[in-house]
Design a protein around this ligand. Structure first.
Ligand SMILES: C[S@@+](CC[C@H](N)C(=O)[O-])C[C@H]1O[C@@H](n2cnc3c(N)ncnc32)[C@H](O)[C@@H]1O
Length: 279
């Protein structure tokens, strides 16, 4: 796979790619990342890429000519039809599903904005899709581009030491991940759950699925509402809720301060009926 990043700060992008899983994917040739600087597509002495906004107001806008020339140069290094993606606070919110979709492609272009963003005609003429990494505004698209590259790189076959890692992570099955433990067995008085020491793989799998479904219900019920649950996961969630009620952990009317084990607040608006249906 080859990813091209159009950026005014190519060093920032290249520098961040040398670490960990992404760095190894680059070393192993599973991934190539190129950069294209719009400043190299300017002809004036100041290498101007931005200008004041028509209509007035604060900030500067990235000019069409150098941006479109840089996008074209980056696209020319990729298979024809590779999507050109603008990282933008106004885009669809990037998710694991987007990462999976992009990981199937031979390549794509990521365009990082700066200042007030791109002249709208760059988007009309040179962008196929806009992706946001969340509902907040950053000062540039480089960090979002790196987020997308990282999420995609770890899905490339051979990028992780153990392929099961990406299959078992949060969101892989529409659920959050289960809790993980390593040595020592007891730390600060907190013991590793016994089942994990039992060597019984069927019980360990069941415990992990139950933890994952319970966590998802507590922290991100929207994920369950969106995807539903398998029959087994639904049964385990009911088991968890029954046990919790028996422990007196059921929500008490008017008490919005119940904390779950992790410190997440189970507020008074905790889901009563998350729309659970077996998939
Ligand atoms: C200061 S922002 C521009 C914000 C723009 N005026 C707006 O209000 O949507 C500069 C650049 O940062 C990037 N950016 C900022 N927030 C982002 C986000 N949440 N997701 C993806 N890219 C973002 C975009 O590339 C954008 O062009």
């Amino acid at each position: 796979m080859r990813i091209e990043v159009v950026t005014l700060f190519p060093e920032m992008v290249r520098g961040a790619l040398t670490y960990g899983i992404v760095g190894r994917a680059l070393e192993r040739g599973l991934l190539e990342v190129g950069t294209e600087d719009p400043r190299s597509h300017t002809s004036d002495v100041h290498r101007t890429v931005d200008d004041r906004p028509y209509g007035g107001g604060p900030g500067m806008v990235l000019k069409p000519e150098p941006m479109l020339a840089a996008i074209a140069a980056a696209s020319a290094r990729l298979p024809k039809g590779s999507p050109r993606i603008y990282l933008s606070a106004q885009g669809e919110v990037f998710s694991q599903a987007h990462a999976r979709e992009l990981a199937e492609l031979p390549g794509f272009v990521l365009v990082a904005g700066r200042y007030e963003g791109l002249d709208e005609r760059v988007i009309t003429l040179g962008i196929d899709r806009e992706l946001s990494i969340g509902d907040y505004v950053l000062s540039g698209g480089e960090l979002p581009a790196l987020v997308v590259i990282d999420a995609v790189a770890r899905l490339l076959p051979g990028a992780l030491g153990d392929e099961r890692s990406s299959e078992e992570e949060s969101f892989a099955e529409g659920l959050l991940d289960w809790p993980h433990y390593t040595r020592p067995e007891v730390y600060a008085g907190l013991a590793v759950p016994e089942v994990l020491l039992s060597g019984n793989h069927a019980q360990i799998r069941r415990w992990r699925l139950k933890q994952a479904v319970a966590r998802t219900w507590q922290r991100r019920p929207d994920l369950i509402v969106r995807r539903g649950l398998s029959a087994e996961a639904s049964e385990l969630l009911n088991e968890f809720l029954t046990e919790r009620a028996a422990r007196g952990g059921a929500r008490i009317e008017g008490d919005g301060n119940e904390q779950d084990h992790s410190g997440n607040q189970q507020a008074a608006d905790e889901p009563q009926d998350p729309g659970l249906q077996a998939r």
